[in-house]
Design a protein around this ligand. Structure first.
Ligand code: PLP
Length: 233
């Protein structure tokens, strides 16, 4: 069935400007029904969570619904795997602090030169604090693809974690994240995928990828919040 483009476009008020700026991440354009739902929430039931009063109970219900919707969006095996945060960068800073608590001096991790800084600096900072070595996977400049041979070499050193992007913000390269996850798991590493640039463009199936974490900026429910899928290990 052909897409009804006029109908779809009419759902995005930001497209009514004379000059349109197509941003991604936290600045991804929001559809009118989502804007309306956020506004309705703020007017009708905005409250702290887990209270015993009506608006708090209603807020919990909205949050549960959001968890279920995002689990469906990512094909997560349970809504409890979904975490909401301020944006991908902040989530990654938080999660890197949690994960690195298990690291010891002399451990190693892997980041790539094709990744956005948001999926590099939080890991490098955590590594510095723990005396952990950072191994960099380079990319082929002609092809714009990650050098999987470099990754394989880094994996022989049994790193604790591989942080990799799904789609590159600078080149548009789509990385073979399923294969990278398999390779990394065989070496015993956790896999943390930055799907910020991929999520607005194509379906994501975290169970098929098999990753441990997948993070993206949200555009579906909350204008300025991001989500991560965190399978229970
Ligand atoms: C590939 C990629 N990852 C992460 C980010 C950061 O996303 P956020 O705005 O949700 O922190 C960006 C922002 O441009 C990006 O392009």
């Amino acid at each position: 069935m052909p897409l009804e483009l006029d109908k779809i476009r009419s759902q995005f008020p930001a497209l009514k400007r004379d000059a349109i700026f197509f941003d991604n991440p936290g600045g991804t354009q929001i559809a009118k029904p989502s804007i309306d739902r956020i506004t309705r929430y703020l007017i009708e039931s905005n409250a702290n969570h887990e209270g015993v009063f009506a608006t708090s109970i209603e807020s919990d219900a909205v949050l549960d619904e959001a968890h279920r919707a995002m689990a469906d969006f990512y094909n997560a095996s349970s809504p409890s795997e979904i975490v909401f945060g301020n944006n991908m960068t902040t989530l990654t800073l938080h999660i890197s602090r949690s994960i690195s608590r298990e690291w010891k001096a002399g451990d190693e991790i892997v980041v790539t030169r094709l990744d956005h800084d948001a999926n590099v600096t939080p890991w490098v900072l955590a590594a510095q604090d723990k005396g952990v070595k950072v191994n960099w996977v380079d990319f082929d400049v002609e092809e714009g693809t990650l050098k999987l041979d470099d990754l394989q070499k880094a994996l022989e050193r049994k790193p604790k974690l591989v942080a990799v992007g799904y789609a590159s913000n600078s080149l548009g390269t789509i990385n073979p994240v399923r294969k990278i996850t398999q390779m990394s798991h065989e070496a015993g590493a956790l896999v943390y995928i930055d799907a910020v640039q991929y999520a607005p463009h194509a379906p994501i199936d975290v169970q098929s990828i098999g990753c441990d974490y997948l993070v993206s900026s949200a555009y579906k429910y909350w204008a300025t919040q991001s989500t991560s899928v965190q399978p229970l290990l």
